[in-house]
Design a protein around this ligand. Structure first.
Ligand SMILES: Nc1nc2c(c(=O)[nH]1)N[C@H]1C(S)=C(S)[C@@H](COP(=O)(O)OP(=O)(O)OC[C@H]3O[C@@H](n4cnc5c(=O)[nH]c(N)nc54)[C@H](O)[C@@H]3O)O[C@H]1N2
Ligand SMILES: Nc1nc2c(c(=O)[nH]1)N[C@H]1C(S)=C(S)[C@@H](COP(=O)(O)OP(=O)(O)OC[C@H]3O[C@@H](n4cnc5c(=O)[nH]c(N)nc54)[C@H](O)[C@@H]3O)O[C@H]1N2
Ligand code: SF4
Ligand SMILES: [Mo]
Length: 885
């Protein structure tokens, strides 16, 4: 029967409420939940495309041992036996769990309980190490706890919003839309974007500060000094609630304005304007994300920001405060259960014996870990050198996402026993599993997640478990029981686990710890199922109340005061003449991490269908690269081949490559293979945004573009990148030689039956060559080759997979690569909701649509999720500027 279920989006930390509708025939559609306080009904392009990622294509549906299908009992027995054996022979630190901010709180809680309370080692770390750990370390240094003080509403109430190291328009799109709407209502509100690149986020900015890589500590130190000199210190707040101001100011005072300008790469005038704006605006929120966290000075960057807010006393009041934007849907939940190797459950401290003792008594645990475990980078080093002999990876894909990814892959391959709990059968990591355990995914799993503003929401199942897939928490409990911990892992439902987690948060708490949701400590299954989104804290016996932290002090250091942290700007990385460029890595609008889910959606894949490097025009000229050429990027650790995207949004000397592409989607684009495993000394977070590399033109002799109705297999090409497309697949290709039997090549790659002959087309003067294979009226595959980057209209070619080719001339048009006049090429997709291309948008602009709204009325672009509105505005500006020249 048709029904609707309220759940939460499984992508970013905004944590939008989603209503999933399952119709009579089982088809699923999604829309934003108008009542959810994170999004009030909005969804971004990824959220809106969720239904397209639910198919079972490529899913792992049964447990496997050594690649063969196995039963659950056999697989779980083996995992328990191998872990127990390793612990017995080599001690508890010889095993490890590597988990993820995409687990539900209930999964995460059990993983941490098993490792830290029962196995007796803290060798559990999470991909949050690569994501939020500098924020955690910075918060704990300053506040004595890992507390995000504010709420989303503060962004709307502020008069100045600073976004530093955050591409919010693409990475937290619904929050960005809330900010953009607030600014449209109150145009006097100021937005400052601090990012070496001029991203789409800068589109609504009054000021874009193109900071030098890792210039943030210098910038915020400069701000602190300016606040002191201009009389903007909130002395009442500072003296009543903090320690260490003088030392922090002293440490910050090293650089005068010219030196600051050098350290930040910003003009003195820009610095003065930014400082004055902050000084003069009481209601200021500073949001930060990976441009701050993913740095060898990440923790210091966080504290440099917190210092300024504490000094001005602008924290915890409406429209004021520092705001760490969490990446994953449950990054915050993971912090609450102590998923990091140096934390304990419920925001307790693994390094304090009273805290360890509290957890030991609460769990009735035999062997609470006595010291912090290995952080991700060190953990994989320990796997590499054989200290860790059994490893369980859950809901993360480290062969793609860890720095020095090739070394991580080699370590996993060499590890005597590797378990991977996954949704997908074939990922770059899962291919090396000894035991693969099929997990439930979004729509199938049930539990809770916490978003960036401390709001706990339910993810609810609306689909039956496919095949034999089971919840991650169930897998953990089953293995724990088989290892002899029956009593402590007797849970039979996620609500029991949630209740235990809530009870622990209130256990002997008395307001000593920020994280307290003990109001839910005895929650029944029915109430858990009906649980409405709520913000923590929610202690028992107190009326629910949404609150901010720290307006009146009340920090979690023993003396109740916050600490200013004396931080100094790091020395700039020494330029190595052999590796002269700075590689910056991050995200694109429509892909999620390693693409195991967003890569299933044709709409999402069409926005940017290929791995690319953003490069400044002058750098492109230096290395002899034009737009659409291929580029080889190398570091001392590895190499990647990607498409050149020449743009002055990128600063000179810097390159940007997305983190998403991997061996399933491209020949050589796992960018983390180039990233050195350098980490922040406090948080252990890798510096993924500042990597020394060199770049050169990849000299291809032949370029290709192809579409195929079937998924291409075993592509034999020097460069390839595939993407899901409407009706099949599309791919970019390049070869370093000219000759080859392309007909045979197509037959192999696209599984073309021998009896089907191609239609061919060769242009001797241009050297272009095309092939198309038809099965009756249906196009099976078409290949377009050229000595130069192929100029065929991509979306038009893709549309031919779904078109009928009844008459011969249409088939020849495909082989010729020419859209007919009746079917103009829409151009590269801008709006993925309505599949509107750049050519359609420029046509509308030529017809007089000079605002985003007018383009929307004409083409529908930007009128659904709104994620592309910044790009549309950019296209309008570019067209109007070109017309004015
Ligand atoms: N579309 C999409 N959205 C996502 C995700 C996704 O995969 N796709 N992933 C989610 C996750 S887990 C996370 S952690 C978040 C990340 O969200 P963001 O942190 O916003 O995303 P990134 O692209 O990693 O990096 C942000 C910006 O930091 C800039 N930057 C680089 N170096 C510096 C520097 O030294 N200083 C400053 N100030 N800026 C710098 C980069 O140029 C980049 O534009 O996104 C979440 N949302
Ligand atoms: N160079 C560079 N590297 C980076 C970053 C960067 O900006 N630059 N960003 C870093 C950051 S912030 C992050 S968060 C990481 C993300 O990196 P990863 O965590 O490696 O990326 P995902 O693709 O999200 O991996 C999640 C995996 O779990 C599977 N999965 C999904 N749902 C479930 C589930 O419910 N259960 C189980 N068992 N499996 C599931 C998915 O199929 C997928 O394979 O990458 C980090 N690496
Ligand atoms: S902003 Fe987009 S990706 Fe993030 S939670 Fe909302 S709908 Fe999902
Ligand atoms: Mo992240």
């Amino acid at each position: 029967m048709a029904h609707e279920v309220k759940t939460t989006c499984p992508y970013c930390g905004v944590g939008c409420g989603v209503i999933a509708r399952v119709s009579d025939d089982g088809a699923v559609s999604v829309k934003g939940d108008p009542e959810h306080p994170a999004n009030f009904g909005r969804l971004c392009s990824k959220g809106a495309a969720l239904a397209e990622t639910l198919d079972l294509d490529g899913r792992l549906l049964h447990p496997e041992i050594g690649g063969r299908r196995a039963g659950w009992d056999e697989a779980l027995d083996l995992v328990a036996e191998k872990f127990s054996q390793s612990i017995a022979e080599h001690g508890p630190d010889s095993v490890a769990l590597y988990v993820s901010g995409q687990l539900l709180t209930e999964d995460y809680y059990l993983a941490n309980k098993l490792m830290k309370g029962f196995i007796g080692s803290a060798n559990i770390d999470t991909n949050s190490r690569l994501c939020m750990s500098s924020s955690v370390a910075g918060h704990r240094r300053a506040f004595g706890s890992d507390t995000v003080p504010g709420s989303y509403e503060d962004l709307e109430l502020a008069d100045l919003v600073i976004l530093t190291g955050s591409n919010m328009a693409w990475c937290h799109p619904v929050l960005y839309q809330r900010l953009a709407a607030a600014k449209a209502n109150r145009p006097e509100m100021q937005v400052v974007v601090i990012d070496p690149r001029r991203t789409m986020t800068a589109d609504i900015a009054d000021m874009h500060l193109a900071i030098a890589p890792d210039g943030d500590v210098a910038l915020f130190n400069g701000l602190l000094v300016h606040l002191a000199e201009s009389g903007a210190i909130g002395w009442d707040y500072v003296s009543a609630n903090t320690n260490g101001f003088a030392e922090a100011l002293q440490a910050a005072s090293g650089l005068d304005l010219p030196a600051l300008s050098d350290a930040t790469g910003l003009a003195q005038k820009q610095l003065r304007e930014f400082f004055r704006l902050f000084e003069a605006t009481e209601k200021v929120v500073t949001c930060y994300s990976q441009g701050v966290n993913q740095s060898s000075a990440g923790t210091d960057k966080v504290n440099a920001i917190l210092n300024c807010h504490l000094a001005a006393g602008r924290i915890g009041r409406p429209g004021m405060g520092p705001f760490s934007l969490t990446g994953q849907p449950n990054a915050m939940g993971g912090r609450e259960v102590g998923g990091l190797a140096n934390m304990l459950a419920a925001h307790l401290d693994i390094e304090k014996s009273v805290d360890r003792d509290l957890v030991r008594r609460f769990w009735g645990a035999p062997a609470v870990a006595s010291k912090p475990g290995l952080k991700a980078v060190d953990m994989f080093r320990a796997v590499a050198d054989g200290r860790i002999k059994a490893l369980w990876i859950m809901a993360t894909n480290p062969v793609v996402s860890m720095p020095d990814a090739d070394a991580v892959e080699a370590a996993i391959k060499a590890c005597p026993f590797v378990v991977v709990s996954e949704m997908q059968r074939q990922t770059d990591t899962a291919r090396h599993a000894h035991v693969a355990l099929p997990s439930l995914g979004w729509g199938e799993k049930d539990g809770t997640v916490t978003n960036s503003e401390r709001r706990i929401s339910r993810q609810r199942a609306f689909l039956a478990a496919p095949g034999e897939a089971r919840a991650d928490w169930w897998q953990l409990a089953e293995v724990a029981r088989r290892m002899g911990f029956q009593e402590a892992f007797r849970h039979s439902s996620q609500s029991e686990i949630f209740a235990e987690h809530a009870a622990l948060s209130g256990f002997e708490n008395d307001g000593r710890r920020d994280f307290d949701i003990s109001a839910h400590a005895v929650i029944e299954t029915a109430a858990y199922d009906a649980l409405a989104p709520f913000q923590w804290p929610q202690p028992k016996d107190k009326a629910p109340q949404e609150r901010r932290f720290f307006a009146e002090g009340g920090f979690y250091h023993a003396d109740g005061r916050a600490r200013f942290i004396a931080v100094q700007a790091p020395q700039p990385r020494r330029v190595d003449a052999a590796f002269p460029y700075t590689l910056n890595t991050g995200r694109v609008r429509d892909h999620w991490h390693t693409m195991t889910r967003s890569g299933k959606s044709a709409r999402l894949s069409s926005h940017l269908a290929e791995p690319f490097v953003e490069i400044h025009p002058r750098d492109a000229q230096t290395i002899g690269v034009s737009d659409a050429d291929l580029v080889t990027i190398e570091s001392p650790l590895g190499a990647a081949i990607v498409r050149a995207l020449v743009t002055d949004r990128q600063a000179e000397g810097n390159l940007f490559v997305p983190m998403h592409w991997n061996d399933q989607f491209a020949s050589k684009a796992r960018i983390d293979a180039l990233v050195a495993p350098l980490t922040d000394p406090f948080s252990g977070q890798p510096a993924s945004k500042n990597v020394a590399v060199r770049a050169k033109r990849f000299s291809a002799k032949t370029y290709g573009f192809a579409v195929s109705a079937t998924k291409p297999e075993g592509l034999d090409a020097a460069y390839w990148a595939v993407a899901k497309a409407e009706g099949g697949w599309r791919m970019e290709l390049a070869q370093t030689d000219v000759d080859g039997d392309w007909i045979d090549w197509c037959r192999k790659a696209f599984s073309i039956p021998a009896e089907i002959d191609p239609i061919g087309y060769t242009d001797r003067t241009s050297g272009e060559f095309r092939l198309a294979f038809f099965d009756g009226e249906r196009l099976l595959a078409a290949l377009f080759l050229s000595p130069r980057p192929v100029a065929v209209a991509r979306n038009w070619a893709v549309s031919q997979l779904s078109a009928s080719h009844a008459n011969l001339s249409k088939r020849f048009a495909v082989a010729a690569g020419r859209p007919g006049a009746d079917k103009p090429d829409p151009g590269a997709t801008v709006c993925s909701c309505f599949s509107v291309g750049v050519n359609q948008i420029t046509a509308a602009i030529r017809e007089g649509c000079h605002s985003v709204e007018a383009v929307g009325q004409k083409t529908s672009a930007g009128t659904n999720c709104g994620s592309c509105r910044s790009e549309i505005r950019g296209i309008i500006h570019a067209c109007l500027a070109a017309a004015a020249e």
